[in-house]
Design a protein around this ligand. Structure first.
Ligand code: AMP
Length: 142
């Protein structure tokens, strides 16, 4: 299975904020949209990624006053991305090795979606269920 198949199942919507968005507003976006990370874009260009871990870590390090800072102060700037043609196995390995749970999907220099570890788990579950169903059908008809 490839990244393309996951994007087709989940859709290609992207949630993004500007680098000067305050951390408190960014936390509200994560809460309202029920997502774990948001891309930080400026004039359509990827500047960074902010995950719930960054919010918690920065509050832990600097206290609640950090919520009044812009996200550019705490986001991760070196964003690792994947492509539609990457296999699910390869992005699982990437996420495990690099210890993050979100990957923007980039095609021809444009962001066309975001894959989370939750999307991967969902797609693997669907695969297992289909496999199990196929085996049961095979047993019934054999
Ligand atoms: P996560 O596990 O995705 O919530 O993120 C853990 C840490 O990795 C946070 O500091 C994120 O900003 C960072 N991070 C998340 N996704 C990526 C990515 N695709 N590339 C680089 N850093 C990332």
């Amino acid at each position: 299975m490839t990244v393309r198949a996951i994007l087709e199942a989940k859709g290609r919507q992207i949630v993004a904020i500007e680098p000067d968005t305050l951390l408190a507003s960014a936390a509200k976006v994560l809460a309202d949209r029920r997502i774990g990370a948001v891309l930080v874009l400026s004039r359509g260009r990827l500047q960074g990624i902010l995950s719930e871990r960054d919010v918690v870590r920065s509050i832990g390090e600097f206290g609640a006053a950090v919520l009044t800072l812009p996200v550019s102060a705490v986001m991760t700037r070196n964003v690792v991305s994947c492509r539609q043609t990457d296999t699910v196995g390869s992005i699982m390995e990437l996420m495990t090795n690099r210890k993050f749970r979100h990957l923007p999907v980039v095609e021809n220099g444009e962001i066309i979606g975001v894959i989370s570890i939750g999307d991967i788990v969902k797609s693997r579950l669907r695969e297992f269920e289909n496999e199990q169903q196929a085996l049961q059908d095979y047993i019934k008809t054999a």
